[in-house]
Design a protein around this ligand. Structure first.
Ligand SMILES: [Zn+2]
Length: 223
C-alpha cells in the first residue's frame, strides 16, 4: 500500500502539472496581446500624422488658390494705391504658406519617426510570436511526456492494487482524496500527518500491523 501511495502521489502531482499548462499557455497568448496592442497604437499614431499632413496640404493649396485669384483681380486694378493693398495681402498669404510649409517639414520628420516606430513594433511582435510559439511547443512536449508517464503509472497502479483487501483499499482511497498522504508513519509517538501525539495503545496496534490503525485526530492510516 505504501508503494501504491507513492504511485498515487506521483499521479496527483502529474495531474496538477497537466491542469496548470493551459493557464500558462494562456498567459503566453496574453503577452502577445500586449504587443499586438502596441503595434495597433503605433499604426494609429502614424495614420493620424498622415491625416494631419493631408490637412496641412489642403490649407496650403487653398492659400495658393487665393493668391491666384488675388493676382487675377490685381490685373484689373487702376490705381497704384489699390495695387499696393493687393500686394500686401498676397504677401500676408505667402507668409501663411511659409508657416504651413515649415509645419509640414516638422510633420514629415514626425511621420518618419512614427513609421520607424511601427516597424519596431512589427518586428518586436514577430519576435515575440516566434518565442511564444516555441514556448507553447515546449509546453505541448511536456503535456505529451506527462501523458506517457500517467499511462505507465496507470498500468503500475493496476498491478499494485491486486491483492489489497477491498475494504482497506477503499478506506485508503477515501483518505487519499482528502489528504496529502493517506498512510503515514508514527514517529516517536507522533502522527506525521497531523503532528499530534497518538495514544499509546494505537501505537501498539500500529506496530503489530495486524489490522488497519487510524490516527484518532486526522483519520490517516498509521504504520
Ligand atoms: Zn494524524
Amino acid at each position: 500500500m505504501l508503494a501504491l501511495q507513492e504511485t498515487d502521489c506521483r499521479i496527483r502531482e502529474l495531474e496538477r502539472m497537466k491542469s496548470d499548462i493551459p493557464a500558462r499557455q494562456g498567459k503566453e497568448t496574453l503577452r502577445l496581446d500586449e504587443h499586438k496592442k502596441k503595434l495597433a497604437q503605433s499604426e494609429d499614431a502614424l495614420k493620424h500624422k498622415h491625416a494631419a499632413a493631408r490637412e496641412l496640404d489642403v490649407e496650403v493649396q487653398a492659400r495658393r488658390e487665393k493668391i491666384r485669384k488675388l493676382r487675377t483681380q490685381q490685373f484689373e486694378i487702376k490705381t497704384n494705391k489699390e495695387f499696393k493693398v493687393f500686394e500686401e495681402e498676397i504677401a500676408t498669404v505667402n507668409e501663411q504658406i511659409n508657416g504651413l510649409e515649415d509645419r509640414e517639414l516638422v510633420l514629415m520628420q514626425e511621420i518618419e519617426d512614427a513609421r520607424a516606430a511601427v516597424e519596431r513594433s512589427r518586428s518586436e511582435l514577430k519576435k515575440q510570436e516566434a518565442d511564444v510559439q516555441a514556448d507553447i511547443e515546449v509546453w505541448n512536449g511536456k503535456l505529451a511526456e506527462i501523458g506517457k508517464e500517467l499511462a505507465s503509472l496507470a498500468g503500475r497502479r493496476a498491478e499494485q492494487v491486486v491483492g489489497i483487501d477491498a475494504g482497506r483499499l477503499s478506506a485508503y482511497e477515501t483518505i487519499f482524496t482528502r489528504r496529502d498522504r493517506a498512510i503515514v508513519p508514527v514517529v516517536d509517538g507522533v502522527c506525521s500527518g497531523c503532528h499530534m501525539n497518538v495514544p499509546r495503545f494505537i501505537v501498539h496496534d500500529a506496530r503489530k500491523q495486524a489490522e488497519m490503525v487510524r490516527c484518532t485526530y486526522c483519520g490517516r492510516l498509521l504504520y
